[in-house]
Design a protein around this ligand. Structure first.
Ligand code: PLP
Length: 393
């Protein structure tokens, strides 16, 4: 039977740069210990207090259909968090609760893109971006950012692709690069959006993980609230990846239509998960800081380790739970280096190429194992890179 082009073309064909990841998984299945620095999953679990709130809610009977747009207290809590951090007036009517950030990204693109529309995203990118754009029937258009700019996008590069496009998807703090977009970068992006009448879809799921500078939501920039859909999630801020709860914040009219979409697709998020998310947000920034503290610590550790050598370059790592390492001195692709490292030392990192052509010759390291093992793995990686460079001399 024929399946739709939309679903059969979600993945783009060809090598997707995930061979290292699958090879590491096979090694683990075969009983070979591998130091896993690939996936953006905390090494701590959801806090017990959040699980207790979930338990009380479920045992109290909140297991039936919940309100499709989200329970009112959670929508209000999200609106309050956003208004407090951005200064933009926001009410529950600007908020749709979704089953995680990923579903929010899909819904946001469904809301703004018609079939065949051009949807821009920035390279390097979070691995699902081009596929989700294809999944809604739009055409993904990558715009490369540059290692020499520490992957801060240039407005002129985006403008060169903006004519006739419908939307621009950005992500700050950024996965995979760890870059936090500056005010200047975001002002440039906002100008391109206004000049070309683009929707801006702003993925801010790492907004609680900022190590240097400040997170600025582009929704707060002049005349941007009316054309911006902000994607948020409890996954990274509260180590609730498995709970699948996130949101879209945007203009009321867009949210009304997105509620319609949710009614005909997800039918909302489990009530006990929403109650737990509401409890978690009510704990304020202290809990978010507690969840992000290990990454803050490990990023300092990494800076110290990398300062002691000259072979491996560190993209500044201003935010998020990853380091982007420049290995071009080895003259290997990111994938070649990652495969050699896996074979020689059983350390698994993601090739930069899995996140787009702009990250070629780099690898992404997730800071998601305990400090001692993390420091040891990073030192081993640096010594290995150094050995490769010396051997080639
Ligand atoms: N956006 C980015 C940049 C991510 O890195 C992730 C997950 O790793 C997501 C969105 C999706 O997160 P979730 O669906 O768990 O909220």
């Amino acid at each position: 039977m024929h399946l739709s082009d939309r679903i059969t073309h979600i993945t783009g064909g060809g090598s997707d740069g995930w061979d290292v990841f699958y090879k590491a998984r096979r090694m683990i299945e075969d009983g070979i210990p591998v130091v896993e620095l690939t996936i953006g999953e905390h090494d701590i679990r959801t806090d017990a207090s959040i699980l207790e709130a979930m338990d009380v809610s479920a045992m109290g009977g909140h297991t039936g259909y919940a309100m499709v747009p989200g329970i009112l207290p959670l929508r209000k809590a999200v609106a309050e968090r956003i208004e407090k951090t951005t200064g933009v007036p926001t009410t529950y009517e600007n908020v749709l609760i979704t089953p995680g950030g990923q579903a929010a990204l899909f819904a946001a693109h469904t809301a703004v893109c018609d079939h065949g529309d051009k949807a821009i995203y920035l390279d390097p990118y979070y691995a699902t971006y081009p596929g989700l754009i294809r999944g809604v029937g739009a055409i993904p258009v990558p715009v490369q950012t540059r290692a020499e700019d520490a992957f801060q996008p240039r407005a002129e590069d985006i403008a060169a692709h903006a004519q006739g496009a419908t939307s621009l998807l950005i992500n700050t703090p950024n996965n995979p690069t760890g870059t936090v977009y500056s005010r200047e970068t975001l002002d440039g992006i906002a100008d391109v959006c206004k000049q070309n009448d683009l929707w801006l879809i702003s993925d801010e799921v790492y907004d609680s993980q900022v190590w240097q500078g400040a997170h600025i939501s582009p929704r707060a920039l002049p005349d941007m609230a009316e054309r911006t859909l902000v994607i948020g999630s409890m996954s990274k801020s509260h180590a609730m990846t498995g709970s699948r709860v996130g949101w879209i914040v945007g203009p009321k009219d867009a949210i009304d239509h997105l509620i319609n979409l949710a009614t005909h697709t997800t039918y909302g998020v489990a009530g006990f998960i929403q109650d737990a998310a509401h409890f978690a947000l009510a704990q304020g920034p202290e809990l978010e800081e507690q969840v992000s503290a290990p990454f803050r610590r490990r990023r300092v550790l990494a800076q110290e380790i990398l300062a002691g050598q000259n072979t491996v370059g560190l993209i500044p790592a201003q935010g998020a739970m990853y380091l982007m390492l420049d290995l071009r001195a080895t003259r290997l692709s990111g994938e070649e280096f990652a495969l050699k490292l896996l074979d020689a030392h059983h350390i698994a990192v993601m090739p930069g190429e899995s996140f787009g052509a702009a990250a070629a010759g780099h690898v992404r390291v997730a800071m998601t194992i305990d400090d001692d093992r993390f420091a040891h793995a990073l030192k081993t990686l640096c010594a290995f890179a150094d050995g490769l460079v010396n051997a080639a001399k």
